[in-house]
Design a protein around this ligand. Structure first.
Ligand code: FE
Length: 481
């Protein structure tokens, strides 16, 4: 059985010796540290879900590569149904965790590399595709969590990798020998990287004179020379205060790190591209588009929670049946299902690649993400409108638990008498977490910048959507005029 239990997963990460710093101090355990624990538990939930009878049909697939049932986070897509399933399980996990499926970037990395390595091998006689398949086979058999490490720190944004004053602004190969290659540089915003077993390092687009930057490879997370600087998030330290009510979502979270490579050794058999700069643009196009497509499930699942919380707050405030509130909730549903519909459409219009795998429709994947750069903000605005000021001004758990102040808090924070005051406060905090606290990193800022800034989608749409058939249609209607 290839599937790990959540505890087996957590133990396997606990056993790894990683170099991680949080606020200038070494983080001893990325599984047990109070600020990192909920993010580890969120990855663990994707393991739990695969073993949950009701979710297993979504969360697992039989892989012909290993002839076993494996987690859907580690498969190569073999049909439109696999793509559609991805939207569904992303939504289910988003709804379950209020955060999303943190193993997704690795899934996009292996699927984009599968296409590009096959093309490269065919044209240049390299052996990258077989190496990649061997890697995926091990990932599936051992049910490993894989991160997709693409975003370089990029220094001066007006300059290409080879033009930077400091050559390390994009991850590059600094040395090669008979055994392998050595990587230097840093990847930014590495979601859950500290909670993964493997990192698939991908290049950003580079030119023919920038071959040292054209590198894709798999790096085990405990390889010497990797240092993580754990990112701060809004209100992150509330998790260390022993007051779960103030956290908003105590069970789950996400985390990022700045992942620094100091001459990290990677054996040749783990290298999937090295110097073939002409394939980097295509790789970025596929990886970015695959990740954009998944937001039609993952952000939709988080929005489900935002909408649910707003509706329950309306009830706790005694106004759920007011038409103004119902109209706002309906508007939120409309926006959310529009994002979902785009993800479903990108899957339904999927096509078979030259590697035999499936890709979602690239144009629709980018339309999905462009909607996601805007709609969650509007959904959050409507939720805040329904919630009112208390969402960001309510007293703390310490005040609620206080022997004297507690009575004041219970009396003055009461709303609809059928909803207990503490429950009303917990709903405010949940919505605060999702739209202003560390959950907003995912529901809002990642919706804007994850998988590329909005302009990256517009560039793809300009390139992929040919306007000439539309012009022909207009011209045809004027024939003879
Ligand atoms: Fe993302």
């Amino acid at each position: 059985m290839a599937l790990k239990t959540a505890d087996e997963y957590l133990d396997s990460i606990r056993a790894r010796k990683l170099t991680v710093f949080y606020r200038g101090e070494p983080m001893d355990s990325v599984v047990d540290h109070p600020v990192a624990k909920a993010a580890a538990d969120c990855v663990a939930d994707v393991y739990s879900a695969a073993l949950d009878e009701s979710l297993a049909p979504l969360m697992t697939r039989t892989s012909p590569l290993v002839d076993e049932v494996v987690n859907a986070s580690n498969i190569l897509w073999r049909s439109r149904d696999d793509l559609l399933n991805r939207v569904e399980w992303e939504r289910a996990v988003g709804r379950r965790t209020g955060r999303g499926a943190l193993r997704s970037p690795g899934l996009d990395a292996i699927n984009s590399l599968a296409i590009v390595t096959q093309q490269c091998d065919q044209a240049k006689g390299t052996e990258y595709h077989q190496r990649l398949l061997a890697f995926i086979e091990r990932v599936q058999r051992e049910d490993l969590a894989v991160s997709g490490a693409m975003t370089d720190v990029r220094g001066d944004r007006s300059k290409r990798p080879g033009e930077q004053a400091d050559p390390d602004m994009f991850v590059r190969v600094v040395k090669q020998d008979a055994d392998g290659i050595y990587l230097r540089g840093a990847k930014a915003h590495q979601t859950s990287a500290v909670h993964c077993h493997e990192h698939v390092v991908l290049p950003m687009t580079c030119g023919p004179d920038e071959t040292e930057y054209a590198v894709a490879c798999a790096v085990a997370s405990d390889t010497p020379g990797i240092t993580h600087i754990f990112s701060r998030q809004p209100s992150d330290s509330r998790r260390a205060e022993g007051a779960p009510l103030d956290v908003g979502l105590p069970a789950f979270a996400g985390c990022e790190s700045l992942m620094i490579f100091e001459d990290v050794f990677v054996p040749h058999e783990r290298v999937f591209l090295c110097g073939e700069a002409e394939y980097t643009q295509e790789l970025v196009r596929y990886f970015g588009s695959f990740h954009r497509f998944c937001y039609g499930g993952c952000k939709v699942g988080i929005a489900d929670v935002v909408i649910g919380a707003a509706s329950l707050i309306a009830e706790a405030n005694g106004v759920r049946n007011k038409s103004a509130v119902r109209n706002k909730l309906t508007e939120m549903v409309h926006l959310n299902e529009t994002m979902y519909a785009c993800g479903v459409a990108a899957a339904a219009k999927g096509w078979q690649t030259s590697a035999g795998t499936f890709s979602p429709d690239i144009g629709l994947a980018n339309v999905t993400k462009l909607n996601v750069t805007r709609f969650p903000f509007e959904i959050a605005r409507l939720a805040a409108d329904i919630a009112g000021g208390a969402m960001l001004t309510l007293p703390s758990q310490a005040d609620l638990d206080h022997p004297e102040l507690g009575a004041h808090v219970r009396k003055y924070m009461a709303g609809n008498p059928s909803v207990p005051t503490q429950q009303r406060m917990a709903l405010f905090r949940l919505l605060e977490f999702l739209t202003h606290g560390s959950g907003a990193v995912y529901f809002l800022h990642e919706s804007l910048h994850g998988a590329g800034a909005p302009e990256a989608m517009r560039i793809i749409l300009r390139r992929e959507v040919d306007l000439s058939p539309f012009e022909t249609a207009a011209r045809n209607l004027l024939a003879g005029a």
